[in-house]
Every structure is written in structure tokens, then in C-alpha cells.
Design a binder for this molecule. Structure first.
Ligand code: NAD
Ligand code: IPM
Ligand code: MN
Length: 347
């Protein structure tokens, strides 16, 4: 079992180190961890945010544990050299098209949600975000119009097979949960979304046991804070899924809590917190590593088939939270390493 560990930038290395401690504490026989540079850190060392050696290591591993990329000092580089291209490149090159972002309120955290406790307490949802298409990967450019005005443009598109395969992932996920699937789009305005909705309806015929509904993304953003308990599985495109998952994190309590799995057709998966490199708190030892530790749990479950170990890690995090362990993001005073220690103690 070979895991590529790609810590990246900002708080990435800080939170990844705690997840690595947790994985090592499990004492899994035959587990090897191989670290490599990615993002701005890789750009500075090797001149590219996703060096060939890092991509090759990721490709030849059973799973990838990823921290975060992003560095304000790189924001004016040409786009191909910016840190964010590393995560986009990994997702595309490795065919990681299915992004699972679960959001569930932990016991005892109802009061830290941005929502009223009785509203927050009902949250148990899964966002299934398409990760290989949409406006993220279409042609894009910046041009100057004949009259001298600058114009930026990005092409949004989905091909039907791209929608079909993520729809299958979402329907199957709903079958394993409460049997409800809400497809989120903007079909009242966008042709891309109309195709999305048509294809999701076609795939639905194969899943008569799943209750399918459709919602426009603006309404979905509103419903997520009005009554998030209504959602079981949400399936949506790359851009809408990015935005709605950050929103879901604050409904749960903090972006420092939300994990994700990015899966391919095979067993290879990439596991990362949904948050970024948080330059505003990087280097201060106060980032919450729980999202990354929970991502490591998803790695154990989805890529290594170690359900019992995954559940052990999730239970340790839940216990730490129930015992009052809180990072600054949750209004507490526990630092990154102290939170890691608290999880390890309960493991
Ligand atoms: P961000 O998620 O990095 O931070 C948003 C806010 O949440 C900040 O105030 C930050 O301090 C806080 N925060 C995030 N994670 C936290 C944690 N674990 N504990 C405590 N507080 C936490 O989003 P941003 O500021 O918009 O982006 C910063 C950089 O990260 C950008 O360069 C962006 O492109 C990048 N980014 C990368 C990824 C990724 O690698 N997958 C994801 C999102 C953003
Ligand atoms: C995320 C991030 C990335 C995205 C960025 C860093 C490219 O926001 O993983 O949610 O937009 O997918
Ligand atoms: Mn995001």
C-alpha cells in the first residue's frame, strides 16, 4: 500500500503532517508513504507546480493524500504555472472525476454552526461534484476587442458521457444512503445545464428506488441555509459544487472540518480537505487539521478498503470534538498539533 503525500502550500504541510501521524499510528502492515513537492512549493523548487516526478509518483501510488495549494506570491504568474494548476492537473491527468464531499454535523457542534442549532443538527448530506469538466477545463482566454476593451472568457460545456458517469456515482451513493438525490443546475439559463438535467433524467430510469429531484443552483444555495436537512445526496457540476461545498462547511461549523475524496473509474483516489492553503493563518500553527484527518479516513475506506480503520479515525475525531477540542476556526484555542494529539489519544 503506497500512499503519495503531497502537502503543498500554506497550511497544507501543517494539516497533512497531522493526518500522516494518524495514518502511521494505525500501524498498518505494508504501508509506505512517499512525499513530493506540489503547488507553489514545487514551482520554487523545480520551476513547475506539478513536476513530472510528482505526477508519476501520484500515478504509481494506491492513493494520494493532498494538503492544499495556493500562494498569493504566485497569483501573477502565467496561469499554467500557478499552484492551483497542480490540483487541476492531478484531477484531470488521473481521471479523478467524482468528488465526494460529505457534510454532517458532529455531536456537540450544533452551536458552532452559522445556522440555528435545530437547523444545523439535521445536516447529513453528501455533495457529489463532477471534477473533470465544466467551465474549469474549457477553452479560456483574455483578448482585446477592436475598440480596445479587454475581454475575458471561459467556455462552459459538458458532454453527455461526462454527465452520465457522475450521475451513476450519485445514484449509487443515494442507494447506499437515504435514497434521495437532488440534481443542482441552472437549466433555466444555461444549455450546459439543460443537457445535464436531460441526462440525469435518462440515468434515473435505471434507479427506480432513488427519489430524484432537480433544483436551480440559486435556490439550492438558499435552501442549504434555510433547511439543509432536506438534502441527502446533491449531484452537481464542477463550479456549482465548488461553491456549494464551501457553503455547506459553514452550515456544519467550519471549513476546517470538511473532507473530500476524488475518485477515478479504478481504485486510485486523491484525498484532500475542501479548504485551501489559508495564507492568512499559515505558519501560525493554528489551522484545524480535522478535515485532512477525515480525508485520510476516506482514503482508508475508498482506496484501501479498510472500513474498520476508517471508522476508527472518524470516531476519534468525533470524540475529540465531543470532548470540547476546538480549533480557532470553531472559537477554541487548540492549535494544529494539539488537535492532532487529541485525535491520537482517542485513537
Ligand atoms: P481557504 O480555504 O484557504 O481559506 C478561507 C478561510 O478559511 C481563511 O480565512 C482561512 O484562514 C480559513 N481556513 C481554511 N482552512 C482552515 C483550517 N483548516 N483551519 C482554520 N481555518 C481555515 O480559501 P481562500 O483564502 O479563498 O484561498 C487561499 C488559497 O488556497 C488560494 O490560493 C486558493 O486558490 C487556494 N485553494 C486551494 C484549494 C486546494 O488546494 N484544493 C482549495 C481552495 C482554495
Ligand atoms: C477546491 C478548490 C479548487 C477548485 C481550486 C484550488 C482549483 O477551490 O478544491 O475546492 O476550485 O476546485
Ligand atoms: Mn473550493
Amino acid at each position: 500500500m503506497k500512499i503519495a503525500v503531497l502537502p503543498g502550500d500554506g497550511i497544507g504541510p501543517e494539516v497533512t503532517a497531522e493526518a500522516v501521524r494518524v495514518l502511521e499510528a494505525l500501524g498498518l502492515p505494508g504501508l509506505t508513504l512517499a512525499h513530493a513537492d506540489v503547488g507553489g512549493a514545487a514551482y520554487r523548487q523545480h520551476g513547475h507546480p506539478l513536476p513530472a516526478a510528482t505526477l508519476e509518483l501520484a500515478r504509481s501510488s494506491d492513493a494520494i493524500l493532498f494538503g492544499a495549494v495556493g500562494d498569493p506570491t504566485c497569483d501573477n504568474l502565467e496561469r499554467a504555472l500557478r499552484p492551483e494548476q497542480a490540483i487541476l492537473g492531478l484531477r484531470k491527468e488521473l481521471g479523478l472525476f467524482a468528488n465526494l464531499r460529505p457534510a454532517k454535523v458532529f455531536k456537540g457542534l450544533e452551536d458552532t454552526s452559522a445556522l440555528r442549532p435545530e437547523v444545523a443538527g439535521a445536516i447529513d448530506l453528501l455533495i457529489v461534484r463532477e471534477l473533470n469538466g465544466d467551465v474549469y477545463f474549457g477553452d479560456k482566454g483574455m483578448t482585446t476587442l477592436p475598440d480596445g476593451r479587454r475581454q475575458g472568457w471561459d467556455m462552459m460545456s459538458y458532454a453527455e458521457d461526462e454527465v452520465r458517469r457522475i450521475a451513476h456515482v450519485a445514484f449509487r451513493a443515494a442507494q447506499g444512503r437515504r435514497g434521495k438525490l437532488c440534481s443542482v443546475d441552472k437549466a433555466n439559463v444555461l444549455e450546459t445545464s439543460q443537457l445535464w438535467r436531460d441526462v440525469v433524467c435518462e440515468v434515473a430510469c435505471e434507479y427506480p428506488d432513488v427519489a430524484l429531484s432537480h433544483m436551480y443552483v440559486d435556490n439550492a444555495a438558499m435552501q442549504l441555509v434555510r433547511s439543509p436537512g432536506q438534502f441527502d445526496v446533491i449531484v452537481t457540476g464542477n463550479l456549482f459544487g465548488d461553491i456549494l461545498s464551501d457553503q455547506a462547511s459553514m452550515c456544519v461549523g467550519s471549513i476546517g472540518l470538511l473532507a473530500s475524496a476524488s475518485l477515478s473509474e479504478g481504485t486510485l483516489g486523491l484525498y484532500e480537505p475542501i479548504h485551501g492553503s489559508a495564507p492568512d493563518i499559515a505558519g501560525q500553527g493554528k489551522a484545524n487539521p480535522m478535515a485532512t484527518v477525515l480525508s485520510a479516513a476516506m482514503l482508508l475506506r475508498h482506496s484501501l478498503g479498510l472500513e474498520a480503520e476508517a471508522a476508527r479515525v472518524e470516531t476519534a475525531v468525533a470524540k475529540a470534538l465531543a470532548d470540547g477540542v476546538r480549533g480557532s476556526d470553531l472559537g477554541g484555542s487548540h492549535g494544529t498539533v494539539a488537535i492532532g494529539d487529541a485525535i491520537l489519544e482517542r485513537l
